[in-house]
Design a binder for this molecule. Structure first.
Ligand code: XBP
Ligand code: MG
Length: 248
């Protein structure tokens, strides 16, 4: 089949956003007078549960069942405040896109490919990141956005990738996904979408069996990627052209 679209994950893939998420969670807990502060080690474990609201619920149920009992029904309110704080942190412009992201999006569009987003995070957070890094609204760049609040089951369920494919009006074999995590890889593969992995700081040790390729990042002309597994490309960059050849 001919490649028609590239579908990008957001957190960890477009940018290393998880430290900003962690900061937003912790600052929100502090504002609410909750004595919870997620360390990097805690967060690495908690990240296995995708979705901020789901992550807070999991934390309360497994680690703070007594103190957290009354917070359980206020999770949507707590998480809405976390989303506002995350937006402010990202708007400061301190979290850049990862190498090769903007290059590959531009190349794909020049080659007539569609580009889309399939993310567990919510629409406002995608807006905050794209505005801060690319200076435009996500809808001006991406042909379809599939965000966490639009589906019942987040990654590793296939729903988000299925939604992106439906919005793009293409078959799974006509797309390739770019992901950073094992949960993201599972989600894409369950939807039938082949996947290139660029591990992020929290996901380097995860299992990426069945990925099309695993590379340190997408690569720039002056910053070639390090090849980890699967397909490779001599130039050290994941190009639209290489993806087309790998998929065909
Ligand atoms: C990312 C996530 C998200 C963020 C927090 O997963 O799990 O939950 O950590 O975002 P992926 P929200 O990159 O696989 O989509 O708090 O907005 O849910
Ligand atoms: Mg991710």
């Amino acid at each position: 089949m001919t490649l028609k679209a590239i579908i990008f994950d957001v957190d960890g893939t477009l940018a290393e956003t998880e430290e900003a998420h962690r900061q937003a969670f912790n600052e929100t807990f502090a504002t609410w007078g909750l004595p919870w502060e997620w360390s990097r080690e805690d967060y690495a474990e908690l990240l296995k549960v995708t979705g901020g609201k789901e992550r807070i619920r999991h934390f309360i149920e497994t680690r703070e069942p007594e103190r957290g009992a009354e917070i359980l029904e206020r999770i949507p309110e707590l998480h809405a405040q976390k989303t506002r704080r995350y937006g402010e942190i990202i708007a400061s412009g301190d979290v850049p896109l990862r190498p090769g992201v903007e290059r590959l999006i531009g190349e794909a569009k020049d080659a007539g490919l569609l580009v889309a987003i399939a993310t567990t995070t919510s629409t406002p957070n995608v807006g905050a990141l794209i505005r801060a890094t690319m200076g435009r609204e996500p809808e001006e760049i991406f042909d379809a956005l599939a965000c966490g609040e639009e589906v019942e089951k987040k990654k590793p369920a296939p729903d988000l990738y299925r939604l992106a494919l439906e919005k793009l009006e293409i078959f799974p074999k006509e797309a390739v996904a770019i992901e950073d995590s094992a949960n993201g890889l599972k989600s894409a593969l369950r939807a039938g979408v082949q996947t290139v992995i660029t591990p992020s700081s929290y996901t380097t040790d995860e299992d990426f069996t069945n990925a099309l390729a695993v590379v340190s990042h997408l690569g720039e002309p002056d910053m070639p990627y390090e090849h980890v597994a699967g397909f490779g490309f001599s130039g050290g960059m994941i190009t639209a052209d290489a993806l087309r050849r790998w998929i065909d």
